[in-house]
Design a protein around this ligand. Sequence first.
Ligand code: B16
Ligand code: MG
Length: 219
Amino acid sequence: TLKAFIFDLDGVITDSAEYHYLAWKTLADELGITFSRELNEELKGVSRMDSLEKILEFGNKETEFTNEEKEELAKKKNEHYVQLIKKISPADILPGIEELLIEIKSAGLGLGLASASKNASAVLESLNLKKNFDVIVDVNALKKGKPDPEIFLKAAELLNVQPDNCIGVEDAIAGVESIKSAGMFAVAIGPKNQFSTADIVYQTTAELSYNEITERFIN
Ligand code: B16
Ligand code: MG
């Protein structure tokens, strides 16, 4: 039986991927590394430090910095990001999401957040959606990032439900992998051909249908 929905944040609830891009772009420019929206696709769902490693690789600069300097660079990116997300408001909630959250709540199901972002709580607050969530996984307490199942398993544990009673919603390849290896039903947002392991794929959040998802979950 279905007991809970567990959502990713960036790219599913709001398009903060664009702000992550702009913040990384500022840093990449400062470092003289060419960075584009296309390359940014590879950073979706990837942790802050792993994203930095990838950007340094794009510029063939992965061996130029000490760990301490890398921490500084990641901190700088986050400062840019925190500035940018100050502008986020409920108008930035992606189409179809508020409606879906309302249906989940009125069905009496649990609602959890499994975002890799350390800024997730602040972003939900700015969207005025924090009150809707029963649990928000604290990424600082996790050992492994997506595609490891840890974050989705942790959300289920906090919600007090079994993984096979949960539906996970994701926009990243690493995120869908995380949901499936947690033993959950996976809803993916994005191009159909990108998500062969997802149980349902919607091109955009506007197409999300509570009835269709829950019917498929049962069958
Ligand atoms: P922060 P999600 C992920 O969030 C983003 O997709 C990814 O681009 C970002 O680097 C990561 O969070 C860490 O974010 O630097 O704010 O801790 O998609 O898992 O909600
Ligand atoms: Mg995401």
